[in-house]
Design a protein around this ligand. Structure first.
Ligand code: 13P
Ligand code: SF4
Length: 315
């Protein structure tokens, strides 16, 4: 049994159809909209109203008029939805779906670090808690990190919490980037040797990796892109084969959108357990009990919103 099977038990088509019907019934009852990140399982993406990367989902959630947003992703994403749309009830579809990278920095660590660099602007990757966003000058996602860093007037940038994305940005800007040592455990473990092996196995393939990967992995790829940017690249490219260095959930959309092209994951370990905590059963449980409601204290929300709004003005 794979890790993915363990997270999402095998179901017959009839059982899945029954679960989907129940999700749609609850969706009507709650006047809810379901949004899902590109890393969610095919089953979950299949019942979602919107599927996208962190930036697209933030933009969608900011504009939604529904009473309830059911977020299929991890906690920082649901927090972002609430920060941008506090009038909605935001439910995180799976309890305890949390990003380990976001947990690598807390407010005290940020304040201590910031005190050493009084001239610097703090740029926080959205994969961070509401408190870290509140302590930042501006947020970014993997889709807009370079543009965000270029947009701030300061020459010195404190980048939190992802050292890999921060390093990637440092190769695209003349600004002095000071990197907090956080990382995504899923992307961090992808090795340069795995990319070299894939290049030997599929010499004609394009190599697309996420900027959460380490520098030596990014150097071997054709492009470092957010998840939705990878989808766009694959659609628009004349190449027929791709090796992919990001969480395996993205393969679903890549294959649906490009049935005539082949996609190979660079490592079988590219599975985010937290993203895979969301199953149809979990969504039904959360919606029927209206549980896992995500809120942020108003004082924190307003400060975090300022950092997010500045980012949204750049894109
Ligand atoms: P994007 O979909 O914004 O590229 O984010 C990747 C990620 O790790 C989200 O947790
Ligand atoms: Fe966090 Fe990495 Fe999982 Fe994204 S893939 S939620 S960054 S652990």
């Amino acid at each position: 049994m794979t890790l993915h099977d363990a997270c999402s038990p095998q179901r017959s088509e009839a059982e899945l159809a029954h679960l989907r019907e129940e999700v749609f019934r609850l969706k009507e009852e709650l006047r809810a909209v379901i949004v899902a990140h590109n890393y969610q399982s095919a089953e979950v993406q299949g019942i979602a109203d919107f599927v996208g990367d962190s930036l697209e989902l933030a933009l969608v959630c900011a504009e939604l008029k529904s009473d309830t947003i059911v977020f299929c992703g991890v906690d920082f994403m649901a927090e972002t939805a609430f920060i941008l749309n506090p009038g909605a009830t935001v439910l995180l579809a799976a309890a305890e779906a949390s990003c380990p990278m976001a947990a690598m920095i807390d407010e005290d660590a940020l304040n201590e670090w910031r005190a050493n660099y009084p001239q610097a602007a703090v740029v926080s990757y959205v994969n961070s808690t509401a408190a870290i966003k509140a302590g930042s000058d501006i947020c970014c996602t993997s889709a807009n990190a370079v543009a965000v860093v270029e947009s701030v007037p300061n020459e010195e940038i404190l980048f939190v919490p992802d050292r890999n994305l921060g390093h990637y940005v440092s190769t695209k800007t003349t600004k002095r980037m000071i990197l907090y040592p956080g990382y995504c455990p899923i992307h961090e473990h992808l090795s340069a040797e795995e990319v070299r092996q894939a290049r030997r196995d599929y010499p004609e393939a394009r190599g697309l990796v996420h900027p959460e990967c380490r520098a030596e992995v990014i150097e071997l790829a054709d492009a470092a892109l957010s998840t939705s940017q990878m989808l766009r690249y694959a659609r628009e490219s004349s190449a027929k084969r791709f090796v992919i260095g990001t969480e395996e959930g993205l393969l679903h959309q890549l294959r649906v959108q490009n049935p005539e092209k082949s996609f190979h994951l660079l490592s079988p370990n590219l599975i985010c357990v937290d993203m895979k905590k969301t199953t149809l059963d979990a969504i039904i449980d959360t919606m029927s009990r209206k549980s896992n409601r995500i809120t942020v204290p108003e004082e924190v929300r307003l400060k975090a919103k300022r950092a997010l709004d500045r980012m949204l003005a750049v894109v």
